[in-house]
Design a protein around this ligand. Structure first.
Ligand code: MTE
Length: 331
């Protein structure tokens, strides 16, 4: 496709330490509702969402909250992107290639009922309902930087649990070396499928150890509410140390396999998009540099670009997964 074609460290204070009480209370209610399986709840008003987005400021210490993640690296101190930007500037090609298309068109996506098929080299294959998936593990909040391959980035408070929790529950067989993530492709509700930018469905994949890394998130919500459709409702992957396109939206199938999956972007333009797609300022995209990024919301005339960090700033947590690999070759 030619359209991409045409400081996180364990020393950072937890997000829960710096969240005002009403915001944190709302989030806790949401997590409780999610845990109880009531999909479709929307507990927050627009104002409160914005408050949520704006509340994470370094140095603003408040009472410790439950529901925030203890996973190292899961709570960046970077200021969250506004809810408005995070829900109106999207990549979701099933709804069109313009950044504003998903927020205008994704209302047609039908998210209930929803099932995810687990198949391949796994002891407990089957069709799992959304409610069952939501209850499979306790949800928590994670604030991740997201770096898009196109050179912009955001900071998003997600709600979900580590993909590892689901993987352990379905018991992959010893031969399973990779996990393939297949997303919804419904021509009736997804107008972008008519424009053949890539082969549908949108497919992504991870090595088993990447999928099992605690930072790899199965996300059901963001900003304290259930996932907006344009962001990949009702559930999506979030892999914060890889370019955003590795994080498939609206998952319908998870397949365990012994062969490295071919992701949609790799298939469309293999010289431009590798399987690994780790954020790496030292490996340029063939048509542009990856050394810097524009943080959405910081785009005034005087706003400086940020330096892109190795593994998007998650090197301390994930660097060892790639020890000894030539990351120019395995880009
Ligand atoms: N998942 C599907 N199914 N279709 C897509 O087009 N775009 C990817 C990823 N997941 C995409 C997808 C890209 S390029 C990015 S940068 C992120 O989703 C954007 O997620 P966001 O819109 O929630 O910020």
């Amino acid at each position: 496709m030619r359209s991409f074609i045409n400081r996180s460290s364990p020393q950072e204070p937890a997000y829960s330490d710096i969240t005002p009480e009403p915001v944190y209370q709302t989030r806790r209610d949401l997590i409780r509702s999610l845990a109880a399986g009531s999909a479709g709840v929307a507990l927050t008003t627009w104002g409160l969402r914005e408050a949520h987005a704006q509340s994470a400021r370094p140095g603003q210490l408040a009472a410790l909250a439950s529901g925030a993640s203890a996973v190292p690296g899961a709570m960046t101190m970077d200021k969250p992107t506004s809810y408005k930007d995070a829900t109106t500037y999207n990549n979701f090609y099933e709804f069109g290639t313009d950044k504003s298309d998903p927020s205008k068109r994704a209302h047609t996506l039908i998210t209930q009922p929803w099932t995810v098929e687990i198949e391949g080299l796994v002891k407990k294959p089957g069709r799992y309902g959304l409610e069952d998936l939501m209850k499979m593990s306790a949800m928590e909040e994670r604030i991740y930087r997201m770096r898009c391959v196109e050179g912009w980035s955001m900071v998003i408070p997600w709600i979900g649990y580590s993909m590892a929790q689901l993987i352990q529950r379905v018991e992959p067989l010893p031969g399973a070396k990779f996990v393939e993530f297949i997303t919804q492709a419904d021509p009736k509700t997804m107008p972008g499928l008519r424009g053949g930018a890539i082969d549908w469905p949108y497919v992504e994949g991870l090595r088993m150890d990447e999928a099992m890394h605690p930072l790899t998130l199965l996300a059901f919500g963001m900003y304290g509410e259930v996932m907006p459709k344009q962001n990949g409702a009702p559930l999506r992957l979030v892999v914060p140390w890889k370019y955003g396109f590795k994080s498939g939206k609206s998952l319908v199938k998870i397949r365990f396999t012994d062969k490295q999956p071919v992701s949609s972007w790799e298939k469309a333009a293999p010289q431009e998009y590798g399987f690994y797609s780790n954020v790496n300022p030292l490996v340029d995209h063939p048509r542009w540099s990856q050394a810097t990024e524009r943080r959405i919301g910081e785009d005034g005339l005087l706003a400086k670009k940020r330096k892109t960090l190795m593994f998007n700033g998650y090197e301390a947590q994930v660097g060892q997964l790639y020890a000894g690999m030539d990351l120019k070759k395995f880009f």
